[in-house]
Write a protein that binds this ligand. Sequence first.
Ligand code: SAM
Length: 196
Amino acid sequence: MTSEFKEIEAFAKENNVPIIRPLSREILINKLQSVNPKTILEVGTAIGFSGSLMLAETRDSTLTTIEIDENSFNIAKNNFKKMGVSDRVTQILGDATEVIEGLKQKFDFIFLDGPKSQYVKQLPFLIDLLNTGGILLADNVLFMGKVLSGEYPKHKHRTMIFKLRQFIAEVQADKRLKSEIVDIEDGLLIAHKISD
Ligand SMILES: C[S@@+](CC[C@H](N)C(=O)[O-])C[C@H]1O[C@@H](n2cnc3c(N)ncnc32)[C@H](O)[C@@H]1O
């Protein structure tokens, strides 16, 4: 990792900004390179760490990335500039669940890393936005192992855990997708779009 990435990572740590974890990064990079995407969509920019990483690891790709928090949006803008990738990025400030409904462009790769409770609602739109042959990779789908544990969740996270279970079930039931779950860190779901 270059010193610029290390700087963004250190900033994230100091400021409690959740960014993609090290093992998940490796898988993200591996899957990205298998698709060699021209167009990438990211839900949840935060401060631009994963966005910059995806652009650094692919050639000739462009990134559309959505963030609801204005402060993070502005920090990401600066970081994209520092990383020399601004000309490949379209940043959108807004609620991703609303924004994706209006997107017209299609994508070869989608990194879903926004609010977990919205994954299931966003899924039908994301499947439509994904080109056949592309990959949807969702982070944090296992929520500290609680999603697939089979136990009845405690009140605090119950709704989110139910919604993540529903998200996984809907991905697995969709004939257009071939999916796998990788049980590392907070859990990744990788879905290949195999047909329209
Ligand atoms: C886990 S962080 C993203 C980390 C980033 N992808 C990375 O690895 O560098 C999730 C981000 O989603 C943003 N977010 C939360 N709700 C959102 C929404 N409804 N629409 C768009 N972004 C949202 C949060 O503000 C936060 O910055």
